[in-house]
Design a protein around this ligand. Structure first.
Ligand SMILES: [Zn+2]
Length: 130
């Protein structure tokens, strides 16, 4: 017998995981599922039982069942696909895409005419925290 979460919880899940949210699988309580932990995907929808349906990057469409499986939201850079933390940068290309701070720096240097290998050197230096 499956326990369905209360409506308030389902509403909360829907609010937290709108369509298009990028998520990473933490665990799936299904021995037959072929989705390894850490797989990333994009939220398709949340149904009225609180199940989050995800288009996983490996092609699977399995849902995250409330109370049994778990996933977490990730902030993934659309350019370099890295997960990043901290404040995103706004892409200069369209002024609306949020990208990671590194790609933000790259775009800024690019527009200043800095060559690619020099861009990477500068980003390395930033990471080392001089
Ligand atoms: Zn990036």
């Amino acid at each position: 017998m499956m326990m369905f979460p209360r409506k308030e919880i389902v509403d909360r899940i829907k609010k937290d995981y709108p369509e298009g949210t990028r998520v990473e699988l933490v665990s799936m309580d299904d021995p037959y599922s072929k989705i390894p932990e850490g797989t990333r995907g994009t939220v398709r929808c949340v149904d009225d039982t609180g199940t989050i349906f995800v288009n996983w990057d490996n092609g699977s469409g399995l849902g995250i069942v409330y109370g049994e499986d778990s996933c977490r939201k990730i902030t993934e850079c659309p350019i370099c696909k890295k997960i990043y933390s901290g404040h995103p940068a706004l892409s200069r290309k369209d002024n609306k895409t949020l990208i990671c701070p590194d790609c933000g720096t790259r775009e800024a240097l690019e527009s200043a005419g800095v060559p690619k290998d020099e861009q990477e050197e500068i980003i390395d230096t930033i990471h080392k925290g001089v």
